[in-house]
Design a protein around this ligand. Structure first.
Ligand code: C5P
Length: 400
């Protein structure tokens, strides 16, 4: 049985840690809750004792004979602090040890993960950002806070990610993923863009964003700082990633160029519309009395992948494209894909055979990874998360 230490620090989101605790205990993990003194203003020790079935201690001077300040950290398989306030991040970054949780953080030899939650101003403060950078550089996983409603009527970045999403991220860390993307910034595009004809109608495509989100989640588990530029994705965002929502190919293009500036790797998993209407009509296009139908003239959108390749300096960042291909009378799927890889100029092309209507909106996928260096890797049919890790394996090999 894995031993999880759930550190709870004093933010309003600490009530959500109760649900997180249940997710762990119901899936067979043993959880020891270590709250900070101030978190008890929000959720009392009785709640944690009842839900975890274990005693709760805040300071280091109770049950001194049990040497809890050393033993709890030593025995843990994962220490997860959720919510993590600016204060606990600061204490952890500087190695303070004035209560049981901070002592536990210093004695832990296992993976340590923080799910920060605070007001946007506190998160963006240079001191907090420096502390987060320090913790990440030490190999700890610090999830990015979600964007949304904060304590009062205000909204912004700083919200605790959903307990189910923190739980998923924690499980991947528990699986013992090597932190081979630690200190790296990766940018993933996901979903399908929409090109509006008038205020209500658009040209779109069937991309769900599942593969892009699976890539983001896998990269977080491997220690990366992750930005997802998400085009019309209706799935819950993976915990710990920065999501930039976009609508059109032009929006996606702008945000990808911005995010790619300091990226170590860029994966274009989105399906941008190749064409857009030449004109946008401000008012809804009406049916006519004589039944004549409107002509829609299309113009071609820029190829973002080609632009990102052209904009990079030498081989940095590593750039990955996707290709949904069908074979035809002239060439096989792989032959078409090789030609596309050469045209796009990226380092890797993830090739999906979509002849049989597979892939879109499904949880499983199969693919071939083509490398610009001539490598060919067949990825068997399986979950999109498995393909995501295979793609990151290939990216990591090309990073240095
Ligand atoms: O040319 P094709 O659409 O098959 O190429 C697919 C790859 O190119 C994907 O990685 C997709 O994200 C990217 N792409 C792009 N900009 C476009 C169209 C596709 O970056 N306008």
């Amino acid at each position: 049985m894995t031993e999880v230490v759930l550190g709870v620090s004093g933010g309003i989101a600490s009530y959500k840690a109760a649900e997180l605790l249940r997710l762990f205990t119901e899936s067979g993990h043993s959880v020891r809750v270590v709250p900070t003194e101030s978190s008890l203003h929000f959720v009392g020790a009785a709640t944690w004792e009842a839900l975890s079935g274990k005693p709760v201690q805040v300071g280091v001077f109770e049950h001194v004979d049990e040497v809890a300040h050393v033993r709890i950290g030593q025995a843990a398989d994962l220490v997860l602090v959720a919510p993590a306030t600016a204060n606990i991040l600061a204490k952890a970054a500087h190695g303070l040890a004035d209560d049981l949780l901070t002592n536990t953080l210093l004695t832990a030899r296992c993976p340590v993960m923080f799910a920060p939650a605070m007001h946007t101003e506190m998160w963006e403060n240079a001191a907090t950002q420096a502390n987060v950078a320090t913790l990440r550089a030490r190999g700890h996983v610090v999830l990015e806070p979600a964007v949304g409603r904060l304590t009062g009527v205000d909204t912004g970045k700083g919200r605790l990610p959903a307990p189910a999403e923190i739980f998923r991220a924690a499980l991947s860390v528990l699986e013992g993923r090597v932190q081979d993307l630690r200190g790296r910034h990766v940018v993933v595009s996901a979903g399908g863009t929409r090109e509006f004809l008038d205020p209500v109608r658009y040209l779109g495509n069937r991309s769900s964003g599942r593969q892009g989100f699976a890539l983001a989640e896998a990269a977080v588990a491997r220690g990366a700082t992750v930005t997802v530029v998400a085009a019309n994705v209706s799935l819950p965002a993976p915990a710990g990633v920065t999501v930039v929502p976009v609508v059109s190919t032009e929006d996606l293009r702008r945000e990808m160029h911005l995010a790619a500036v300091d990226a170590d790797a860029v994966v274009m998993a989105a399906a941008p519309a190749d064409f857009r209407p030449a004109e946008f009509v401000d008012a809804k296009i009406k049916k006519t009395a004589d039944g004549t139908t409107p002509e829609i003239r299309l113009v071609e959108n820029p190829d973002i992948l080609v632009e990102l390749v052209a904009a990079r300096s030498s081989k940095h960042p590593v750039i990955v494209g996707f290709a949904a291909e069908t074979g035809d009378a002239h060439a096989t799927v792989i032959e078409h894909a090789r030609a596309k890889l050469a045209r796009k100029g990226c380092d890797l092309l993830v090739v999906n055979d979509v002849s049989a209507g597979k892939v879109f909106g499904q949880d499983d996928n199969e693919a071939v990874l083509l490398g610009a260096d001539g490598t060919v890797e067949q990825v068997p049919f399986g979950p999109k998360s498995a393909l995501a890790h295979t793609i990151w394996d290939a990216v990591v090999r090309r990073l240095d």
